[in-house]
Design a protein around this ligand. Sequence first.
Ligand SMILES: [Zn+2]
Length: 338
Amino acid sequence: MEKYTPKKDLVRKLSEYAKGVFTHKTLERVKSCGDFMQHLTNLEMNAKKVHRSNSCGNRFCPLCTWNKAKKDAIMLAVLMQAIREQEEQEFIFLTLTAPNVTGAELKNEIDQFNHAFKKLFDRRNVKQVVNGYVRKLEVTYNQERFITRDMYKRAKDYYDKRNLKEGDHNPNYDTYHPHFHVILAVNKSYFTSRDYLKQEKWLEMWRECMNDDSITQVDIRKVRSSEKSENGAVLEVAKYSAKSNELYASQSVFEIFYRALKGRQLLTFNGLFKEYVKKYKQDELDQYKKQDENEYTHLLTSVWKTSKYENLLRRLSVGEFEEYNKKFKDLEEFDDLN
Ligand SMILES: [Zn+2]
């Protein structure tokens, strides 16, 4: 349960921040999220699968967003494999950004992003080559007062241009950075076709659609068919819209995130991806799912007591053993999502 405990701590933080924001009923549900959990496991406890849990389903809940991200990652990996094989598609990973904004500007900026995205994908030359996409809205928050070594290394050019070095005041302190991560499906022939869109073209179009000449970057790369490359794209799109250390940085930061993100569609499917989500939900893509090869012999019951889980492990009865060891799908992989 070592992975759950820190998340359960965050649930407590969220319940404090959300007092004046959530309704009483929602707040009570969130507070008790993950208080009771059962995992199927074995004596060594090296394989675990959620059997039952009380979860609140709130999109700001650290436990529920973590679980959803894992499920989304599994689904996306299946969708990509199926689309690659059945539709003979290749994938492109696109990241669309703009300069940081203040908390007061965030909500409008996300509206602007949505609007600009629609404009971009309505363009004739884009429509012509993109057969579908999956898009994730992510917002990061910059809470460093001073430029750290890591930040400097990651954006050396940016700081050098502004004559800034490690330890200087961070010009983006207390700002928000909304951006889109997108996986595009294109025909195999796209990369050698006349309709191929270069990175500079994407940048130019994104600037026009956002109506913002200060945008200097659009990141676009081909997703190679290796597992590593594909998983990288999948994890970027599946992961949470807000990192927990940022979302719960303070009461006011939480409220800004909340007002900007509530009611929004965070993960969007279009074209081939939309079609294949339907197939996935109707179990038509089961052949692409990994089979769970584990054998479950025990049941672990965990109950949250103030600051930690109390665990009880017991052996499954013969009947339970047979019932729970029918070949499972949806392995709990993508455990590298923390
Ligand atoms: Zn929850």
